[in-house]
Ligand binder design. Sequence first.
Ligand code: PMP
Length: 395
Amino acid sequence: RIYMDNHATTRVDPRVVDAMLPYFTELYGNPGSVSHSFGSEAMEAVDRARASLAAAVGASPREIIFTSGATESNNLAIRGVTERQRRRGDHLISVVTEHKAVLDPLERLGRRGFEVSLLEVAGAGSPQMGILDPQQVSDAIRDDTVLVSVMLANNEVGAIHPLAEVGRICKEQGVLLHCDATQAVGKMNVNVEALQVDLMSFSSHKLYGPKGVGALYVRRRQPHVRLQSQIDGGGQEGGLRSGTLNVPGIVGFARAVELCLDELPSERARLAALRQRLYDGLRNRVEKLTLNGPVLDPLDFRLPGNLNLSFADVDGEALMMKMRQLAVSSGSACTSANPEPSHVLRALGIDEDLVRASLRFGLGRFNTEEDVDVAIETVATAVERLRRLGQSSQK
Ligand code: PMP
Protein backbone atom coordinates (compact mmCIF):
# COMPACT_ATOMS: atom_id res chain seq x y z
CA ARG A 1 0.00 0.00 0.00
CA ILE A 2 1.17 3.52 -0.77
CA TYR A 3 -0.02 6.55 1.17
CA MET A 4 -0.20 9.79 -0.83
CA ASP A 5 -2.99 11.54 1.02
CA ASN A 6 -0.85 13.70 3.30
CA HIS A 7 -3.18 16.71 3.09
CA ALA A 8 -5.89 14.63 4.75
CA THR A 9 -3.60 13.49 7.53
CA THR A 10 -0.09 12.17 8.10
CA ARG A 11 1.55 9.23 9.79
CA VAL A 12 2.85 10.16 13.24
CA ASP A 13 6.65 10.27 13.05
CA PRO A 14 8.17 7.56 15.29
CA ARG A 15 10.32 10.26 16.95
CA VAL A 16 7.12 12.06 17.89
CA VAL A 17 5.66 8.87 19.34
CA ASP A 18 8.83 8.44 21.45
CA ALA A 19 8.49 11.95 22.83
CA MET A 20 4.84 11.33 23.74
CA LEU A 21 5.08 7.90 25.38
CA PRO A 22 6.33 8.96 28.84
CA TYR A 23 3.30 11.24 29.17
CA PHE A 24 0.97 8.25 28.99
CA THR A 25 2.85 5.92 31.28
CA GLU A 26 4.83 7.82 33.92
CA LEU A 27 4.24 11.54 33.63
CA TYR A 28 0.45 11.35 33.53
CA GLY A 29 -0.36 14.18 35.93
CA ASN A 30 -2.93 16.86 35.27
CA PRO A 31 -1.08 20.08 34.45
CA GLY A 32 -3.69 21.91 36.51
CA SER A 33 -2.71 19.98 39.67
CA VAL A 34 0.47 21.88 40.42
CA SER A 35 0.42 21.10 44.15
CA HIS A 36 2.23 17.79 43.48
CA SER A 37 5.09 16.80 41.23
CA PHE A 38 2.92 14.71 38.88
CA GLY A 39 1.02 17.85 38.01
CA SER A 40 3.97 20.21 37.94
CA GLU A 41 5.97 17.90 35.66
CA ALA A 42 3.04 17.80 33.25
CA MET A 43 2.74 21.56 33.45
CA GLU A 44 6.44 21.98 32.71
CA ALA A 45 6.09 19.76 29.65
CA VAL A 46 3.18 21.87 28.40
CA ASP A 47 5.16 25.05 29.05
CA ARG A 48 8.12 23.72 27.07
CA ALA A 49 5.84 22.70 24.20
CA ARG A 50 4.15 26.09 24.22
CA ALA A 51 7.49 27.91 24.12
CA SER A 52 8.75 25.74 21.32
CA LEU A 53 5.63 26.14 19.20
CA ALA A 54 5.57 29.90 19.82
CA ALA A 55 9.21 30.23 18.77
CA ALA A 56 8.51 28.24 15.60
CA VAL A 57 6.02 30.85 14.36
CA GLY A 58 7.52 34.01 15.88
CA ALA A 59 4.91 34.32 18.65
CA SER A 60 5.37 34.59 22.40
CA PRO A 61 4.25 31.64 24.57
CA ARG A 62 1.27 33.45 26.11
CA GLU A 63 -0.11 33.96 22.60
CA ILE A 64 -0.59 30.21 22.02
CA ILE A 65 -3.89 28.57 23.04
CA PHE A 66 -4.00 24.77 22.74
CA THR A 67 -7.16 23.32 21.18
CA SER A 68 -8.37 20.01 19.72
CA GLY A 69 -7.33 20.95 16.18
CA ALA A 70 -7.75 23.49 13.45
CA THR A 71 -11.52 23.12 13.23
CA GLU A 72 -11.84 24.22 16.84
CA SER A 73 -9.20 26.95 16.39
CA ASN A 74 -11.05 28.38 13.39
CA ASN A 75 -14.35 28.32 15.27
CA LEU A 76 -12.80 29.97 18.32
CA ALA A 77 -11.19 32.67 16.20
CA ILE A 78 -14.22 33.51 14.05
CA ARG A 79 -16.97 33.12 16.61
CA GLY A 80 -14.79 34.43 19.41
CA VAL A 81 -14.03 37.70 17.62
CA THR A 82 -17.51 38.32 16.27
CA GLU A 83 -19.23 37.64 19.61
CA ARG A 84 -16.84 39.87 21.50
CA GLN A 85 -16.54 42.68 18.99
CA ARG A 86 -19.89 42.99 17.30
CA ARG A 87 -20.09 46.68 18.11
CA ARG A 88 -17.24 47.20 15.61
CA GLY A 89 -19.61 46.15 12.83
CA ASP A 90 -21.08 43.05 11.28
CA HIS A 91 -19.26 42.59 8.00
CA LEU A 92 -16.85 39.67 7.46
CA ILE A 93 -14.51 38.92 4.56
CA SER A 94 -13.15 35.54 3.51
CA VAL A 95 -12.38 33.56 0.36
CA VAL A 96 -14.48 31.05 -1.65
CA THR A 97 -11.76 28.38 -1.47
CA GLU A 98 -11.46 28.26 2.34
CA HIS A 99 -11.89 25.01 4.23
CA LYS A 100 -15.38 24.20 5.54
CA ALA A 101 -14.06 24.77 9.05
CA VAL A 102 -13.98 28.47 8.12
CA LEU A 103 -16.90 28.64 5.66
CA ASP A 104 -19.41 26.88 7.91
CA PRO A 105 -18.92 29.11 10.97
CA LEU A 106 -19.17 32.10 8.62
CA GLU A 107 -22.36 30.75 7.12
CA ARG A 108 -23.88 30.38 10.57
CA LEU A 109 -22.96 33.99 11.34
CA GLY A 110 -24.58 34.93 8.04
CA ARG A 111 -27.84 33.44 9.32
CA ARG A 112 -27.47 35.53 12.48
CA GLY A 113 -27.36 38.84 10.66
CA PHE A 114 -23.71 39.18 9.71
CA GLU A 115 -22.89 39.98 6.12
CA VAL A 116 -20.16 37.78 4.63
CA SER A 117 -18.20 38.72 1.49
CA LEU A 118 -16.44 35.74 -0.10
CA LEU A 119 -13.66 36.81 -2.47
CA GLU A 120 -12.87 35.01 -5.72
CA VAL A 121 -9.43 33.66 -6.63
CA ALA A 122 -7.58 33.54 -9.98
CA GLY A 123 -9.29 31.08 -12.32
CA ALA A 124 -8.34 28.39 -14.84
CA GLY A 125 -5.83 29.66 -17.39
CA SER A 126 -3.90 31.78 -14.91
CA PRO A 127 -0.47 30.60 -13.65
CA GLN A 128 -1.73 31.75 -10.25
CA MET A 129 -4.93 29.68 -10.47
CA GLY A 130 -6.41 29.45 -6.97
CA ILE A 131 -4.43 32.38 -5.56
CA LEU A 132 -6.09 35.48 -4.10
CA ASP A 133 -5.25 38.95 -5.42
CA PRO A 134 -4.76 41.08 -2.25
CA GLN A 135 -6.25 44.07 -4.01
CA GLN A 136 -9.57 42.25 -3.64
CA VAL A 137 -9.24 42.41 0.14
CA SER A 138 -8.48 46.10 -0.02
CA ASP A 139 -11.54 46.72 -2.21
CA ALA A 140 -13.84 44.66 0.02
CA ILE A 141 -12.97 46.28 3.38
CA ARG A 142 -15.64 48.66 4.68
CA ASP A 143 -16.08 50.74 7.81
CA ASP A 144 -18.12 47.96 9.40
CA THR A 145 -15.69 45.09 8.59
CA VAL A 146 -14.78 43.22 11.79
CA LEU A 147 -12.64 40.36 10.55
CA VAL A 148 -10.87 39.07 7.45
CA SER A 149 -10.11 35.33 7.31
CA VAL A 150 -7.71 34.05 4.64
CA MET A 151 -5.93 30.68 4.67
CA LEU A 152 -2.21 30.52 4.00
CA ALA A 153 -2.11 27.35 1.86
CA ASN A 154 -5.07 25.60 0.30
CA ASN A 155 -5.70 21.94 1.21
CA GLU A 156 -6.85 20.86 -2.26
CA VAL A 157 -4.65 22.64 -4.78
CA GLY A 158 -1.83 23.81 -2.47
CA ALA A 159 -2.24 27.45 -3.59
CA ILE A 160 -0.34 29.85 -1.33
CA HIS A 161 -1.99 33.24 -0.84
CA PRO A 162 0.19 36.39 -0.54
CA LEU A 163 -0.66 36.71 3.14
CA ALA A 164 1.97 39.29 4.08
CA GLU A 165 0.34 41.64 1.61
CA VAL A 166 -3.14 40.85 2.99
CA GLY A 167 -1.73 41.46 6.48
CA ARG A 168 -0.34 44.83 5.49
CA ILE A 169 -3.70 45.89 4.03
CA CYS A 170 -5.64 44.76 7.12
CA LYS A 171 -3.21 46.52 9.44
CA GLU A 172 -3.48 49.74 7.44
CA GLN A 173 -7.26 49.58 7.55
CA GLY A 174 -7.39 48.59 11.22
CA VAL A 175 -9.21 45.29 10.53
CA LEU A 176 -8.41 42.02 12.34
CA LEU A 177 -6.92 39.20 10.26
CA HIS A 178 -7.34 35.48 10.96
CA CYS A 179 -5.34 32.93 8.99
CA ASP A 180 -5.99 29.19 8.76
CA ALA A 181 -2.38 28.00 8.42
CA THR A 182 -3.22 24.31 8.88
CA GLN A 183 -1.65 23.12 5.63
CA ALA A 184 1.26 25.56 5.71
CA VAL A 185 2.93 25.15 9.09
CA GLY A 186 5.87 22.77 8.84
CA LYS A 187 5.86 22.99 5.03
CA MET A 188 7.05 26.59 4.62
CA ASN A 189 8.26 29.43 6.81
CA VAL A 190 5.39 30.85 8.82
CA ASN A 191 5.94 33.90 11.00
CA VAL A 192 3.06 35.78 12.62
CA GLU A 193 4.98 39.07 12.65
CA ALA A 194 6.04 38.91 9.01
CA LEU A 195 2.49 38.03 7.98
CA GLN A 196 0.95 40.60 10.38
CA VAL A 197 -1.84 38.25 11.40
CA ASP A 198 -3.86 38.66 14.59
CA LEU A 199 -5.10 35.07 14.83
CA MET A 200 -3.70 31.90 13.29
CA SER A 201 -4.93 28.28 13.38
CA PHE A 202 -2.68 25.20 13.46
CA SER A 203 -3.20 21.45 13.53
CA SER A 204 -0.79 18.74 14.63
CA HIS A 205 -1.98 15.81 12.49
CA LYS A 206 -1.05 17.50 9.22
CA LEU A 207 2.61 17.66 10.19
CA TYR A 208 3.40 14.14 11.45
CA GLY A 209 1.99 14.78 14.93
CA PRO A 210 -1.01 13.14 16.64
CA LYS A 211 -4.66 13.82 15.78
CA GLY A 212 -6.95 15.78 18.08
CA VAL A 213 -4.55 18.57 19.01
CA GLY A 214 -3.93 21.99 17.53
CA ALA A 215 -3.50 25.59 18.53
CA LEU A 216 -4.71 29.12 17.98
CA TYR A 217 -2.28 32.02 17.99
CA VAL A 218 -3.96 35.06 19.52
CA ARG A 219 -2.07 38.34 19.28
CA ARG A 220 -1.33 39.77 22.73
CA ARG A 221 0.91 42.60 21.63
CA GLN A 222 -0.75 45.86 20.65
CA PRO A 223 -3.38 45.81 19.32
CA HIS A 224 -4.40 43.08 21.75
CA VAL A 225 -7.11 40.77 20.32
CA ARG A 226 -10.14 40.13 22.49
CA LEU A 227 -12.05 36.88 22.07
CA GLN A 228 -15.14 35.26 23.57
CA SER A 229 -14.34 31.73 24.77
CA GLN A 230 -16.43 28.96 23.19
CA ILE A 231 -15.80 26.20 25.74
CA ASP A 232 -16.22 27.19 29.39
CA GLY A 233 -15.32 25.29 32.53
CA GLY A 234 -12.10 25.02 34.51
CA GLY A 235 -10.61 28.17 33.04
CA GLN A 236 -7.56 26.59 31.39
CA GLU A 237 -5.69 28.47 28.66
CA GLY A 238 -6.38 31.83 30.27
CA GLY A 239 -10.10 31.09 30.30
CA LEU A 240 -10.19 30.97 26.49
CA ARG A 241 -10.40 27.20 26.24
CA SER A 242 -11.41 25.19 29.28
CA GLY A 243 -10.71 21.50 29.61
CA THR A 244 -7.84 19.37 30.90
CA LEU A 245 -4.93 19.74 28.51
CA ASN A 246 -4.04 16.84 26.21
CA VAL A 247 -0.49 16.60 27.55
CA PRO A 248 0.86 13.75 25.36
CA GLY A 249 -0.79 15.34 22.32
CA ILE A 250 0.67 18.76 23.06
CA VAL A 251 4.15 17.31 23.65
CA GLY A 252 3.90 15.37 20.38
CA PHE A 253 2.60 18.40 18.47
CA ALA A 254 5.56 20.54 19.58
CA ARG A 255 8.06 17.78 18.79
CA ALA A 256 6.47 17.35 15.35
CA VAL A 257 6.82 21.06 14.59
CA GLU A 258 10.47 21.03 15.71
CA LEU A 259 11.25 18.12 13.39
CA CYS A 260 9.55 19.83 10.44
CA LEU A 261 11.54 23.01 10.99
CA ASP A 262 14.85 21.15 11.39
CA GLU A 263 14.29 19.44 8.04
CA LEU A 264 12.42 22.22 6.23
CA PRO A 265 14.80 23.35 3.46
CA SER A 266 15.92 19.85 2.44
CA GLU A 267 12.44 18.39 2.72
CA ARG A 268 10.88 21.12 0.57
CA ALA A 269 13.42 20.45 -2.17
CA ARG A 270 12.95 16.68 -1.88
CA LEU A 271 9.14 16.92 -2.08
CA ALA A 272 9.24 19.33 -5.01
CA ALA A 273 11.51 16.90 -6.89
CA LEU A 274 9.24 13.95 -6.09
CA ARG A 275 6.22 15.92 -7.25
CA GLN A 276 7.95 16.85 -10.51
CA ARG A 277 8.78 13.20 -11.06
CA LEU A 278 5.14 12.27 -10.48
CA TYR A 279 3.82 14.98 -12.79
CA ASP A 280 6.33 14.24 -15.57
CA GLY A 281 5.75 10.50 -15.29
CA LEU A 282 1.98 10.88 -15.52
CA ARG A 283 2.21 13.34 -18.42
CA ASN A 284 4.35 10.84 -20.32
CA ARG A 285 1.96 7.97 -19.74
CA VAL A 286 -1.50 9.56 -19.78
CA GLU A 287 -3.19 11.72 -22.40
CA LYS A 288 -5.68 14.50 -21.69
CA LEU A 289 -4.45 15.35 -18.23
CA THR A 290 -4.78 18.86 -16.78
CA LEU A 291 -3.18 20.57 -13.81
CA ASN A 292 -5.55 22.13 -11.26
CA GLY A 293 -4.17 25.03 -9.22
CA PRO A 294 -1.08 27.19 -9.60
CA VAL A 295 2.00 26.32 -11.66
CA LEU A 296 4.53 24.08 -9.88
CA ASP A 297 7.34 26.59 -10.17
CA PRO A 298 8.02 28.99 -8.40
CA LEU A 299 7.64 27.17 -5.11
CA ASP A 300 6.08 30.18 -3.38
CA PHE A 301 2.88 29.73 -5.42
CA ARG A 302 2.19 26.18 -4.30
CA LEU A 303 2.94 23.69 -1.49
CA PRO A 304 5.79 21.42 -2.61
CA GLY A 305 3.99 18.14 -1.89
CA ASN A 306 0.73 19.01 -3.64
CA LEU A 307 -0.36 17.85 -7.09
CA ASN A 308 -3.97 18.06 -8.26
CA LEU A 309 -4.83 16.68 -11.70
CA SER A 310 -7.92 15.98 -13.77
CA PHE A 311 -8.10 13.00 -16.11
CA ALA A 312 -10.68 13.83 -18.79
CA ASP A 313 -13.42 11.22 -19.41
CA VAL A 314 -12.77 9.43 -16.13
CA ASP A 315 -14.76 9.54 -12.90
CA GLY A 316 -12.46 10.26 -9.95
CA GLU A 317 -14.51 8.06 -7.67
CA ALA A 318 -14.34 5.11 -10.08
CA LEU A 319 -10.63 5.74 -10.53
CA MET A 320 -10.00 5.54 -6.81
CA MET A 321 -11.99 2.32 -6.58
CA LYS A 322 -9.66 0.83 -9.19
CA MET A 323 -6.58 1.79 -7.18
CA ARG A 324 -7.23 0.46 -3.70
CA GLN A 325 -3.48 0.15 -3.05
CA LEU A 326 -2.88 3.85 -3.63
CA ALA A 327 -4.27 6.30 -1.08
CA VAL A 328 -5.09 9.63 -2.75
CA SER A 329 -8.27 11.70 -2.74
CA SER A 330 -10.65 13.03 -5.35
CA GLY A 331 -12.65 16.21 -5.84
CA SER A 332 -15.57 14.12 -7.01
CA ALA A 333 -18.52 13.48 -4.71
CA CYS A 334 -18.62 11.06 -1.79
CA THR A 335 -14.89 10.87 -1.00
CA SER A 336 -15.50 12.61 2.28
CA ALA A 337 -18.26 13.28 4.75
CA ASN A 338 -19.30 16.00 2.30
CA PRO A 339 -21.33 14.60 -0.62
CA GLU A 340 -20.76 17.64 -2.87
CA PRO A 341 -18.08 17.80 -5.58
CA SER A 342 -15.18 20.01 -4.46
CA HIS A 343 -16.25 23.63 -3.92
CA VAL A 344 -12.59 24.61 -4.32
CA LEU A 345 -12.16 23.18 -7.82
CA ARG A 346 -15.51 24.59 -8.87
CA ALA A 347 -14.47 28.02 -7.59
CA LEU A 348 -11.43 27.84 -9.87
CA GLY A 349 -13.79 27.70 -12.84
CA ILE A 350 -13.04 24.06 -13.63
CA ASP A 351 -15.79 22.24 -15.57
CA GLU A 352 -17.99 20.00 -13.48
CA ASP A 353 -16.81 16.95 -15.47
CA LEU A 354 -13.18 17.74 -14.79
CA VAL A 355 -13.91 18.36 -11.11
CA ARG A 356 -15.33 14.85 -10.97
CA ALA A 357 -12.29 13.56 -12.84
CA SER A 358 -9.77 15.01 -10.37
CA LEU A 359 -7.24 13.37 -8.09
CA ARG A 360 -5.31 15.05 -5.31
CA PHE A 361 -1.86 13.71 -4.50
CA GLY A 362 -0.33 14.79 -1.21
CA LEU A 363 3.30 13.74 -1.03
CA GLY A 364 4.89 13.59 2.40
CA ARG A 365 7.89 12.73 4.54
CA PHE A 366 7.59 8.97 4.14
CA ASN A 367 7.17 8.89 0.35
CA THR A 368 10.05 7.69 -1.82
CA GLU A 369 10.92 7.76 -5.53
CA GLU A 370 9.84 4.16 -5.69
CA ASP A 371 6.38 5.09 -4.34
CA VAL A 372 6.12 7.73 -7.05
CA ASP A 373 7.04 5.27 -9.80
CA VAL A 374 4.49 2.75 -8.58
CA ALA A 375 1.85 5.49 -8.34
CA ILE A 376 2.50 6.58 -11.94
CA GLU A 377 2.06 3.02 -13.17
CA THR A 378 -1.05 2.44 -11.03
CA VAL A 379 -2.79 5.63 -12.11
CA ALA A 380 -1.86 5.29 -15.79
CA THR A 381 -3.15 1.70 -15.94
CA ALA A 382 -6.39 2.54 -14.16
CA VAL A 383 -7.08 5.59 -16.34
CA GLU A 384 -6.46 3.57 -19.52
CA ARG A 385 -8.82 0.82 -18.38
CA LEU A 386 -11.58 3.21 -17.42
CA ARG A 387 -11.29 5.12 -20.67
CA ARG A 388 -11.47 1.89 -22.67
CA LEU A 389 -14.51 0.78 -20.69
CA GLY A 390 -16.13 4.18 -21.22
CA GLN A 391 -15.60 3.95 -24.98
CA SER A 392 -17.00 0.45 -25.27
CA SER A 393 -20.08 1.30 -23.23
CA GLN A 394 -20.79 4.25 -25.52
CA LYS A 395 -20.86 1.99 -28.59
N1 PMP B 1 -8.28 23.87 7.72
C1 PMP B 1 -7.65 23.28 6.69
C2 PMP B 1 -7.09 24.13 5.59
C3 PMP B 1 -7.54 21.89 6.65
O1 PMP B 1 -6.92 21.30 5.62
C4 PMP B 1 -8.09 21.12 7.70
C5 PMP B 1 -8.01 19.62 7.69
N2 PMP B 1 -8.53 19.01 6.52
C6 PMP B 1 -8.73 21.78 8.75
C7 PMP B 1 -8.80 23.16 8.72
C8 PMP B 1 -9.31 21.03 9.91
O2 PMP B 1 -8.29 20.62 10.77
P1 PMP B 1 -8.53 19.59 11.96
O3 PMP B 1 -8.63 18.24 11.34
O4 PMP B 1 -7.30 19.74 12.82
O5 PMP B 1 -9.75 20.00 12.69
